[in-house]
Design a protein. Structure first.
Length: 255
């Protein structure tokens, strides 16, 4: 999507808020009762958009109920649905992608095996890949060299873990980021917050990214333009007017 086309999106006026379009790619409320309060808190913290991670098996009725629950936060906060899947085998990954891609606005894959990492890195149905903070697999040089999708960095472990666990997580994430950035891959960031106490402001998240070795311009993209452009493209594809890449059903002009 070109910059001019993106700026004309019917649901997001990027050009109106170039400095304040901060996005938290994912929150994971412990309970549905926290959703509205976490959305209010995201607005107070300075976010313009928020990814709400739902169970990949959520029914259309459940998803509709959640969307209705957060609809009145517009235009202050754009809430979008996100699915996170963590299969261990290639076949399971492909099956799960076919089930969630046409229902969720953002689809992320948590790579819990090298087999899945190699496939998810190249599959265009995937919006981001992320790696566990407690060991293998990692964003290896091999995965980075073939990857077409952004590396998502979930900061919740760094926010909540302490001592040796936090130190190990920091080292692993910084290594992943170094390899991704060296390969020219974009980076996306999510808080992964489970409740109000785990939510952080855009400044706090960017400070953690800086400590991990992500420069200012890359950090700005990670919390803004990268996610916005992906979201715009995905919503266009979910539209009933969309047929395939570059092909859409033209609207009949009204008389």
């Amino acid at each position: 999507m070109g910059r001019r086309e993106a700026s004309r999106s019917s649901f997001w006026r990027v050009e109106a808020t170039p400095r304040s379009a901060f996005v938290d790619l994912s929150i994971k409320p412990r309970d549905k009762s926290l959703i509205r309060e976490m959305c209010r808190n995201a607005i107070r913290l300075g976010f313009s958009a928020l990814g709400l991670t739902l169970d990949p098996s959520a029914t259309p009725e459940e998803m509709g109920a959640v969307k209705s629950m957060v609809a009145d936060f517009k235009p202050q906060l754009e809430v979008f649905t996100r699915a996170e899947i963590a299969p261990r085998k290639r076949r399971s990954l492909l099956n799960m992608l076919s089930q969630v891609r046409n229902r969720f606005e953002v689809v992320s894959v948590r790579c819990v095996s090298n087999e899945v990492a190699l496939v998810a890195a190249r599959d265009r149905r995937v919006d981001s890949v992320l790696f566990p903070c407690d060991g293998n697999p990692r964003m290896s040089l091999g995965v980075a060299s073939i990857c077409r999708n952004p590396l998502e960095v979930e900061l919740q472990p760094l926010i909540m873990d302490q001592g040796e666990r936090r130190r190990r997580c920091f080292l692993l994430l910084s290594q992943d980021l170094r390899r991704a950035l060296a390969a020219g891959l974009p980076v996306a960031v999510s808080s992964g917050a489970r409740d109000l106490l785990q939510q952080r402001s855009p400044l706090a998240l960017s400070s953690i990214l800086a400590a991990l070795g992500v420069g200012g311009s890359e950090a700005a993209k990670a919390m803004g333009s990268l996610v916005i452009s992906r979201l715009q493209a995905n919503r266009r594809k979910l539209s009933h007017h969309y047929l395939e890449e570059g092909v859409a059903v033209a609207k009949r002009p009204s008389c």
